[in-house]
Design a protein around this ligand. Structure first.
Ligand code: PLP
Ligand code: COI
Length: 353
């Protein structure tokens, strides 16, 4: 892929790494390319970060044809920068594109473009413990007409943001509300795709939970409201009576790359792991009986996030006395160890710049 690079003439000052938060600060450049049905993907370019100019009838503004990804570049102790399983994000983006009738990306060339972009922005990868450079590729339909159909024009962009932890709690356990009213996705819908609309539709429940002091909601399935699905921005895992249980990929939850990585680590180490249906009744029984030993969420932004309290229909259950559990800590140490290059990557997940 031929990528033209135009450097900014007004580079911004790097932020204070002790107060990064999540997704509030953006780097100096962005990667862009354009798609049309006639020409395919063209005009790959790295340009100064700036506002976009979009036709008021652009498809994305009316019908929500937008998909995105999230991955991170990590600063190693030797100062080099590396990425974690980036090809998986590109593959998932293509599965999302197929679902939304958006054009798919050429895998290898897109990886090459992503690495080039990170190389240009690498100085923005922060050095402090627990920080990283969050990469947000997104792709949207950009026809200048109001007809409802698959688009003939699209835009693909990658922006980058130096980040700290996603939750204000950091590695401390978060409180999660089990949602029994709204649903996030149904089988046959867009649950497995990373499309903006899924997140827009989840905000109402998220706001209700936040008003009661909860960080996010845990969704139940959209048909019976009976089976555990996932949390707003992460997949979820439980340790029940020694067994690690995570909801199977039913089509309505996002196939998380962190989820997949946790499962691979746990299986390699001989843990008893099952991907299966987990009903709220089974979970409640485990919470009542005290056999729910640990619960955690996993995701790129959230990393491994211990869950210290679950609330369902007004009833509050402390998990592991509100403390981080042994398996949760072990997964956190292993994944972040590989991501920040502190421990050897036996899995072949790391891509160095
Ligand atoms: N589930 C949802 C709804 C998410 O937004 C995310 C974050 O990307 C995840 C799960 C975790 O996916 P991953 O581990 O690939 O970041
Ligand atoms: C991620 O973990 O990359 C996400 O996309 C989660 C979220 C901020 C939507």
């Amino acid at each position: 892929m031929n990528i033209t690079i135009t450097k900014t003439t007004t580079p911004k000052q790097k932020p204070d790494e002790s107060a990064l938060g999540f997704g509030k600060i953006f780097t100096d450049h962005m990667f862009m390319m354009d798609y049309s049905k006639e020409t395919g993907w063209t005009n790959a370019r790295i340009v100064p970060f700036e506002n976009l100019s979009i036709h008021p009838a652009s498809t994305v503004l009316h019908y929500g044809s937008e998909i995105f990804e999230g991955l991170k570049a990590y600063r190693r102790v030797d100062s080099k920068v590396q990425l974690f399983r980036p090809i998986e994000n590109i593959r998932r983006m293509n599965r999302s594109a197929e679902r939304l009738c958006l054009p798919e990306l050429p895998e290898e060339e897109t990886l090459e473009a992503l690495l080039k972009f990170v190389e240009v922005e690498q100085d923005w990868t922060p050095y402090s413990e627990g920080t990283s450079l969050y990469l947000r590729p997104f792709l949207f339909g950009n026809d200048e007409s109001l007809g409802v159909h698959a688009v003939s024009n699209a835009t693909f962009i990658i922006i980058a943001s130096p980040v700290g932890s996603y939750y204000a709690e950091g590695i401390n356990p978060v409180k999660i509300m089990i949602e029994d009213e709204d649903v996030r996705a149904v089988r046959g819908g867009t649950g497995y795709a990373k499309c903006g609309g899924n997140y827009a539709a989840s905000n109402r429940a998220g706001e209700r939970a936040a008003q009661q002091g909860y960080s996010q909601v845990l969704w139940l399935d959209g048909v019976e409201r009976k089976y555990i699905e996932e949390v707003g921005a992460m997949n979820v895992m439980f340790k029940i009576d020694g067994e690690i249980v995570t909801p199977m990929l039913s089509g309505s939850i996002l196939p998380g790359i962190t989820r997949m990585s946790c499962l691979e680590v746990l299986r390699k180490e001989g843990y008893k792991v099952s991907e299966r249906l987990l009903s709220i009744d089974e979970l409640e029984e485990a919470m009542e009986k005290g056999t729910l030993e640990e619960a955690w969420g996993c995701g790129t932004a959230a990393v491994i996030s211990p869950i210290g309290e679950l609330c369902y229909k007004g009833k509050k259950y402390a998990v592991n006395n509100g403390e981080i559990g042994e398996t949760t800590q072990h997964l956190y140490d292993t994944l972040t160890g590989i991501q920040w290059g502190k421990i050897a990557d036996e899995f072949g997940w790391i891509v160095e710049l």
